[in-house]
Design a protein around this ligand. Structure first.
Ligand code: AKG
Length: 276
């Protein structure tokens, strides 16, 4: 049983609505990543359109351009790729994270569950309803997209599902960079698993993005990170020995099960109503 994985994260500045340009850059990043032994490479949220939601109505997005090219890049470089892409459904769009394996097959399609209303994502996309995970080298990996990060319930779901890693593909704004860094660490520490988080840099219509793409271990140590403006790739070899060491040292999982039992036996009577 293999317990190590070479993971890399891309931090890029995408061109709004220019799918071909963004895919060309993706191939360049993958060509670099393969040289350092990367087994799985992660790209930011909706990086095909550079998170430019207005381009969805202007462009006749053909999902397959991005999906086919990313699958080919994965195959050509013999690596897994996780990438945030636009998915065109019947009369709707989804904000989707695709995972391709090293022979170019789609092994996972996760549709963002928590759409970000502040950016009007709800006006453009249909929300997903299923958390998703996949396995690489016997290591189970759960996935999130950007705003999902704010919901500890999803991280918990993946922990209970047996995941040792969570991949997060994002277009998280600079204005809340501290939230980003804090939430990434929190999800790693509370679930005692690895976080691999890819974010974009640059700006779109005055909205600046936070970068700070990071790889964090189950103890909450930031193993690798980037600043809030540079493009680049970070790489780490993650080890399940570290996961086991942390989980043995503080047995959060068993204590959580006990706590859940207690909570389920106590009914919550007072609910908070938030007035619109
Ligand atoms: O949670 C946030 O502050 C940002 C979320 C976001 O930008 C997104 O989900 O695209």
């Amino acid at each position: 049983m293999c317990d190590r994985l070479d993971v890399s994260c891309v931090q890029m500045n995408c061109k709004p609505g220019d799918i071909k340009y963004n895919l060309k850059k993706a191939r360049e990043f993958a060509d670099k990543a393969v040289k350092n032994g990367t087994e799985i490479l992660v790209f930011p949220e909706l990086f095909d359109i550079g998170y430019d939601l207005s381009s969805l109505v202007k462009l006749d997005i053909d999902e397959h351009i991005a999906v086919d090219e990313l699958a080919a890049i994965a195959k050509d470089n013999n690596m897994f790729i996780a990438a945030g892409l636009t998915e065109k459904g019947y009369g709707t769009f989804y904000n989707t994270l695709y995972v391709f394996n090293n022979i170019g097959e789609t092994v996972l399609k996760y549709r963002k569950i928590n759409l970000f209303s502040l950016s009007k994502e709800n006006d453009y996309f249909t929300p997903g309803i299923n958390p998703q995970s996949f396995v690489i080298k016997n290591i189970k990996v759960g996935v999130m997209i950007c705003y999902d990060l704010r919901f500890p319930e999803l991280g918990r779901y993946y922990l209970k599902d047996g995941c040792s890693v969570i991949i997060i593909s994002s277009a998280f704004p600079k204005q809340r960079q501290e939230h980003w860094n804090t939430l990434l660490k929190a999800r790693a520490i509370e679930n005692q698993l690895y976080i691999i988080a890819s974010n974009r840099v640059g700006s779109l219509d005055g909205l600046e993005f936070a970068g700070n793409s990071s790889i964090i271990d189950p103890w909450g140590n930031v193993l690798e990170t980037l600043d809030n403006e540079s493009e680049g790739i970070i790489k780490c070899c993650i080890s399940m020995d570290k996961r086991d060491e942390v989980r043995k040292f503080i047995p959060c999982y068993n204590d959580m099960l006990r706590l859940e039992g207690l909570i389920n036996n106590n009914k919550c009577n007072d609910r908070i109503d938030i007035k619109e």
